[in-house]
Design a binder for this molecule. Structure first.
Ligand code: MN
Length: 232
């Protein structure tokens, strides 16, 4: 088949310990999934159903372990925030997945940053408009390598943290997720059929805040190492 121009390259993320890439299909993100973060954003963290937004697959910026990646400060914002998150990578297709089978659909996990134009998000919320320009901008989804999971290695606890220029900014534990990875996958699969290659940014803990050009963000989740990203 002839294309009128070459199709965009497939976005992919390296898999730790494998000489093969994880091809990215879609990026789903969960909003307000840690109680203390919901409170800091001015919401009552009652256990409402989780809500979701998306980023385009090509918002991915791969951050190699041991190297300092780069996050270009985006246009049209003066208040860009970090959100350190655990990312679940889907490896098995499914819809209406029961919670007790949900982890069988998870290929592995990665460190991720859900970078956010907070000023534009606030404006869009106020006007009742979509969040895309706040959340789905170019380079808005830094991610580390994907670590394969097996049935005994799905994280239900473990520190999640982020430092800016060496100073603690976010520190929580993935046990504090309001909706666990299994519950999130199960619920999301009632809204969208999930396919291999889908990524789910599972939400950020409290302590979100702004970065400026020149800042160095370093983040990690126990068991998945850490990564460093410089704002350029
Ligand atoms: Mn987020």
């Amino acid at each position: 088949m002839a294309y009128v121009f070459p199709p965009a390259a497939t976005v992919s993320v390296p898999v730790a310990g494998l000489d093969a890439q994880f091809p990215v299909r879609r990026i789903y993100c969960v909003g307000r999934n840690y109680e203390a973060h919901a409170r800091e954003m001015g919401h009552d963290p009652d256990r409402e159903p989780p809500f979701f937004f998306c980023k385009p697959a090509d918002a991915i910026v791969y951050i190699a372990p041991g190297e300092t990646g780069e996050f270009p400060y985006p246009t049209q914002s003066k208040d860009v925030h970090y959100e350190m998150e655990l990312v679940a990578a889907i490896g098995v297709q499914g819809k209406d997945i029961p919670v007790e089978r949900a982890l069988e659909h998870v290929f592995g996990y990665a460190l991720g940053l859900d970078m956010t134009r907070r000023d534009l998000q606030a404006q869009m919320k106020k006007m009742g408009r979509p969040w895309d320009i706040a959340k789905g901008f170019d380079h808005s989804a830094p991610i580390g390598p994907i670590h394969r999971a097996n049935k005994d290695s799905h994280p239900d606890r473990g520190a999640i943290w982020l430092k800016v220029n060496g100073a603690d900014r976010q520190r929580s534990d993935v046990s504090q997720l309001i909706w666990s990875v299994a519950e999130t996958v199960a619920y999301l699969s009632t809204l969208f059929e999930l396919f291999p290659g889908d990524l789910i940014y599972t939400g950020t803990p409290e302590g979100v805040g702004p970065i400026v050009k020149g800042d160095l963000m370093t983040g990690g989740v126990d068991g998945y190492g850490e990564f460093s990203v410089k704002v350029v």
